[in-house]
Design a protein around this ligand. Structure first.
Ligand code: P6P
Length: 343
């Protein structure tokens, strides 16, 4: 692959790869790039500016909205709206999807974006990494007409692009358009993303499992069995537990070092916690494009037919051999019992 040094050059250089390449998707990725830089600027100084603490509001999830959550959502929504490149947006921070109409009221744009503008935001006040996750589809309803819910309720295997920004020790944008996964690191001094992780690949196995073991007593038996397998492996234990409490950071580390991230159902979270449309599907698309896998314990995440905008699903994602082993333990218990028990 010809080495492109900046994200802008990479997008242009790879545009022809994309069978629908009319330049719209490139412009869409570029607008996400701009919004990421603006959000990064605020995230990096959250401790200095009176932007900490609750915005005093709660989102559709009933979670306290941190001011930075609200800010990030506003930035991504406005950047996508102003550039007139999408016909609709669904966000964790918006109760329903938002129709974007053109300046003249019509909108012939063909893409919709689903986004978690600032995942892991409870970590903001304690200076731990947070992230943005996005997912892009072609609309399925008639172009030019207002978008419908069905434009957003598409299986993850229909995604045309997905990615995340991790605001960590460095800020990275990692994304796929279905031709592998590439990572770009921001040079904040000049505001440019440089290709730092070309053609990222999930190791088939790894040393890390990431799960909130504080919920152990609430986990299904299959998850408990898998954790005991990880901890009681014969000889030297090959596994170490790493859990940041920020999906993007845990996933990103596991993609580089090898590992599995699990957020299962539990008696506290009967359907799991993570959202299918703007957390699990984009992460699953990236995982598979990097040679990993993502499952709900029984079926491929990308094949789940969505029924609601903010629906939750359990997720096991990462190194494909580790996900397969976890599924082996889950399948010892009938899925209906598993789900029936959780409902
Ligand atoms: P818990 C953050 O709220 C998040 O959605 C993910 O980023 C993270 O992995 C998970 O929830 C943490 O949830 O229940 O372990 O605190």
């Amino acid at each position: 692959m010809q080495k492109h040094s900046t994200l802008g050059e990479f997008i242009i250089g790879h545009q022809k790869q994309f069978k629908y390449s009319s330049g719209e998707l490139s412009r869409l990725i570029n607008s996400i790039r701009l919004a990421a830089k603006v959000v990064n600027h605020e995230v990096n100084k959250a401790g200095l500016v009176d932007i900490l603490g609750d915005a005093g509001d709660t989102n559709v999830q009933g979670e306290d909205q941190q001011k930075l959550d609200v800010y990030a959502n506003d930035i991504f929504m406005e950047t996508l709206r102003n550039r007139q490149i999408v016909c609709g947006i669904a966000s964790e921070e918006e109760d329903d999807f938002v129709t974007i109409s053109g300046h003249d009221g019509s909108n012939t744009n063909k893409y919709v974006v689903l986004i978690d503008p600032l995942d892991g935001s409870s970590n903001i006040d304690v200076n731990v990494s947070v992230g943005t996750i996005f997912s892009i589809y072609r609309r399925v309803t008639e172009p030019g007409k207002p978008v419908q819910k069905e434009d957003f309720l598409q299986e993850g295997n229909k995604q045309v692009a997905a990615g995340y920004i991790v605001y960590g020790t460095s800020t990275m944008l990692v994304y796929t358009t279905g031709h592998g996964v590439n990572g770009f690191t921001l040079n904040p001094a000049i505001g440019t993303f440089y290709l730092s992780h070309p053609n990222m690949k999930f190791p088939e196995d790894g040393p890390i499992y990431s799960i909130n073991e504080g919920n152990y007593v609430h986990f299904p038996q299959g998850v408990k069995d898998y954790l005991k397998y990880c901890q009681m492996e014969e000889g030297d234990r090959p596994y170490t537990a790493r859990y940041i409490g920020s999906l993007v950071s845990d996933f990103h580390r596991n993609m580089i070092k090898g590992g599995i991230y699990i957020y299962p159902t539990s008696s506290k979270s009967p359907q799991g916690k993570l959202r299918l449309l703007y957390e699990c599907n984009p992460i699953a698309f990236i995982a598979e494009q990097a040679g990993g896998f993502a499952s709900d314990g029984y079926q491929r995440i990308l094949d789940i037919k969505p029924t609601e905008l903010h629906q939750r699903v359990p997720i096991f994602c990462g190194s494909k051999n580790m996900v397969a082993k976890a599924e082996e333990f889950m399948r010892k218990y009938p899925q209906d019992a598993y789900y029936a028990k959780q409902k």
